[in-house]
Design a protein around this ligand. Structure first.
Ligand SMILES: [Zn+2]
Length: 238
């Protein structure tokens, strides 16, 4: 199992690199690129969301609460007075930081359902829905932000799996396959509930045709390929 710092670093580098590809290809603006990197980094920390009482998890909830509170007021800044924005900020922060944190702390087993590919889908659709419905993002951008959460999540699971093989040789048998799993095989009810939640959330997501058209189009990858290496001298425009 990789530690918090490793997860943070690898997820930030991985999602930063992918967000750069999106920026260079013209799919997103510089601001959106920063947001994608942030989403990927958060995704890389989310699978350990139920790690009991550890300070990294607490810190993660604090950061998550801050981010959600800020996003909420950014998207509503034009419609509300300052005092209303402050109250909205405080409300969003408090809800995420206390009841939600309490919920995760009490009702989840570490490396249970939240450490699975099914949960990766849950957080993808959840993020996409929130971005679209609450933050008023375009459908395409909402899907993109969600997909970065998903990618960060997969990076985390892969990293845990890799560490259990590489650095834990003697105990490979015990921990192998516990990180990267489709769902929680031991707790069937939790898995069923999660599957239901994934389905409901998917139905709430906005139209995804543009998202799949862009990423299913060979022209997009041709464009990425063309932009990958400099045409002439490296760093010529310095
Ligand atoms: Zn983990």
């Amino acid at each position: 199992m990789a530690n918090f710092n490793t997860h943070l670093t690898v997820a930030a580098i991985g999602s930063g690199a992918l967000a750069t590809v999106c920026l260079a290809t013209g799919v997103v603006s510089p601001n959106e690129m920063v947001m994608l990197t942030l989403a990927g980094t958060i995704g890389g920390l989310l699978p350990d969301i139920d790690l009991d009482h550890s300070s990294p998890t607490k810190l993660m909830f604090t950061v998550l609460a801050l981010l959600i509170a800020f996003f909420a007021i950014f998207s509503q800044a034009d419609d509300y007075a300052i005092i209303e924005l402050w109250m909205l900020w405080g409300f969003c922060y408090a809800v995420v930081r206390y009841p939600l944190w309490q919920f995760f702390n009490e009702f989840t087993a570490h490396r249970g359902i939240f450490h699975s590919l099914l949960s990766a889908l849950f957080f993808w659709f959840f993020t996409t829905t929130i971005c679209y419905q609450i933050f008023d993002f375009q459908a395409f951008l909402s899907w993109l932000v969600g997909s970065f959460i998903f990618i960060g999540f997969i990076i985390h699971l892969g990293l845990d799996e890799w560490y259990s093989v590489e650095f834990n040789n003697r105990r490979v048998k015990r921990s192998f396959g516990t990180a990267m799993k489709l769902w929680d095989y031991k707790r069937r009810n939790n898995s069923l509930m999660m599957a239901g939640a994934v389905l409901v959330l998917y139905l709430m997501t906005p139209d995804n045709s543009e998202f799949f058209r862009v990423w299913g189009d060979s022209a997009t990858y041709g464009h990425i390929g063309a932009r990958f290496f400099p045409e002439g001298m490296w760093f010529a425009s310095f």
